[in-house]
Write a protein that binds this ligand. Structure first.
Ligand code: 5GP
Ligand code: MN
Length: 346
């Protein structure tokens, strides 16, 4: 393990750096990656951001977006492999286990580069030489800001970097609504606005930019794809491949949908099941002390935060939902009372 001073020293001379972040990057993943990348470029490093997949178009405005290498695109793969193998340092942002970057995980693992992990998720895997990690942070963007301040280089944060970092803090706190919205979060966002972040513009670009198809899709999902089990304090959406096709759904179009289920009076657990080409992607949300990350980890090969987690299933959409309902029934009291979850019977 490197200590902070050794990490700082490494960055005091020009390096070849690769930054990567999790599958289907959200505003915190992309904002921390581009914020960090723009900062390191200002320090004289050669930096490339590689993402394991595409991401929503409402993030394309961030500075450096045009140079992001999407590993999912066949014509980008050789370039990405070359960059990873030649890198002096690989910085992994907003994830703590290499499975979250798909095939990139194995490449990062075997690369000679110094590995850095900056993140706020629970239970980090042990793959990094330097870790800047805290589950107390609401967002990885908050940690990147703190790290730049610790490097004594706050003056390098310009308005573009401030915009990137502000975005991730805004979205990972649910627009400053979740319980992770601490005093420190407000202090950092105040600083970022002082450094030029355009908070109102960012909120409009991320939250208030819809296509007609997306609005119609939300209407359809609310009327036809929402299942409510009041007795189980649970509500969920199920979205099929056909639904996504019918509404010409783009990456990011399902973002936030699960929150409608959670907003129902009396509902404490919400989920969204989305049928994709590589299995069923699941989003879990909860309120109060209901730990959906433990539920996701135990039964759906996932994880995340207590009130916002995700997972996946290789069963059909129908079978996945049946299994979910059964597990929720069996664990109802355990989830509400923070008890150990039952072992699944096969
Ligand atoms: P979302 O539902 O927005 O995709 O994800 C919510 C949170 O759950 C994310 O911040 C992420 O930490 C976590 N998460 C989502 N999918 C997965 C997954 O497949 N594995 C793990 N370990 N965490 C996930
Ligand atoms: Mn995050």
């Amino acid at each position: 393990m490197l200590d902070f001073e050794s990490f700082k020293k490494l960055l005091s001379s020009p390096k070849k750096i690769v930054i990567t972040t999790h599958h289907k990057p959200d505003a915190d993943a992309l904002g921390s990656s581009l914020g960090m990348s723009n900062y390191l470029k200002k320090k004289g490093h050669e930096v490339t951001v590689i993402t394991p997949s595409d991401y929503p178009s409402f993030l394309y405005w961030m500075k450096g977006n045009d140079d992001v290498v999407n590993f999912e695109k066949e014509d980008c793969q050789q370039q990405a492999i070359g960059l990873i193998n030649a890198a002096d340092m690989i910085i992994c942002l907003d994830f703590s286990c290499l499975s979250r970057i798909n095939e990139l995980g194995a490449l990062v693992k075997k690369a000679d580069a110094t590995k850095v992990n900056i993140d706020h998720h629970q239970d980090p895997e042990d793959f990094a030489d330097f870790r800047y990690w805290s589950t107390d942070a609401a967002a990885t963007c908050e940690l990147v800001y703190d790290l730049i301040v610790k490097m004594d280089e706050k003056d390098l944060i310009d308005s573009d970097i401030a915009d990137c970092l502000y975005s991730g803090i805004m979205t990972d706190t649910g627009g400053f609504k979740h319980p992770n919205t601490t005093k420190h979060v407000h202090m950092v966002t105040a600083e970022l606005i002082g450094l030029g972040a355009d908070n109102s513009k960012i909120s409009r670009l991320i939250y208030d930019t819809n296509s007609v198809n997306r609005l119609k899709f939300i209407g359809f999902a609310l009327t036809r794809r929402l299942v409510i089990h009041t007795d189980l304090h649970t509500a969920y959406f199920w979205i099929s491949k056909r639904d996504l096709k019918k509404y010409d759904s783009q990456t990011g179009d399902t973002e936030g949908l699960v929150n409608y289920a959670l907003s129902l009076d009396g509902i404490k657990i919400a989920a969204m099941f989305t049928e994709r080409k590589d299995g069923v992607k699941i989003s879990f949300r909860s309120i109060e002390n209901v730990a959906v990350n433990k539920f996701a980890a135990k039964y759906f090969d996932g994880g995340g935060h207590r009130n916002a987690a995700g997972g996946k299933s290789m069963d059909s959409l129908k079978d996945t939902i049946e299994r979910f309902e059964k597990l929720i029934k069996e664990n109802q009291d355990r989830l509400l009372n923070q008890l150990e979850l039952v072992n699944e019977k096969h």
